[in-house]
Design a protein around this ligand. Structure first.
Ligand code: 4NP
Length: 161
């Protein structure tokens, strides 16, 4: 079975998108689905290229059993339009940046992650970088809810257990 490839994108790739990558890896492991996926994250900027996730994101994730320590920030690349079937921008600015250069021959499906979260009305995962730790908890929770819904839907469509 061909792997499903998923890329999470934010601005710095040190808070939101690594949180999504780490949570998604954990969900896949819990459901024994890791072999069916390729997962990565990146930022539209190179501000933090090579850096590990923000310590506040790591702390929030660790509390909930999610490891982010293996992730290093990288910038979005042109080849990502072809490498990934699903691209999930965290906010509307990330979405606009990705769609600005979207090539005609890409087959990547680009969707705001929160399209998979009907319990909140916002479209964007807020940027927690300049705020307090409550922001990080909120970001973690809404990302996790969205990923659970995306994966539930994928399992239904693939008719896997
Ligand atoms: P992220 O958060 O996009 O969720 O990784 C940010 C990280 C760094 C900056 C902005 C947002 N920054 O301006 O350096």
């Amino acid at each position: 079975m061909e792997k499903t490839s998923v890329l999470f994108v934010c601005l710095g790739n040190i808070c939101r998108s690594p949180t999504a990558e780490g949570i998604f890896h954990r969900l896949l492991k819990e459901r024994n689905l890791s072999e069916y996926f390729e997962v990565d994250s990146c930022g539209t900027s190179a501000y933090h290229a090579g850096n590990p996730p923000d310590s506040r994101s790591q702390k929030e994730a660790q509390k909930r059993g999610t490891d982010l320590s293996f992730i290093r920030s990288r910038q979005f690349l042109l080849e990502d339009y072809y490498r990934f079937q699903h691209i999930f921008p965290m906010d509307e600015r990330n979405l606009a940046d990705i769609m600005d250069d979207y090539p005609d021959n890409s087959e990547a499906k680009v969707e705001l992650l929160l399209q998979y979260n009907s319990s909140i009305k916002e479209k964007s995962v807020p940027d927690p970088y300049w705020g307090g730790s409550r922001g990080f908890a909120h970001v973690y929770e809404i990302i996790e809810e969205s990923l659970v819904n995306f994966l539930d839907q994928w399992q239904k469509e693939e008719q896997l257990p």
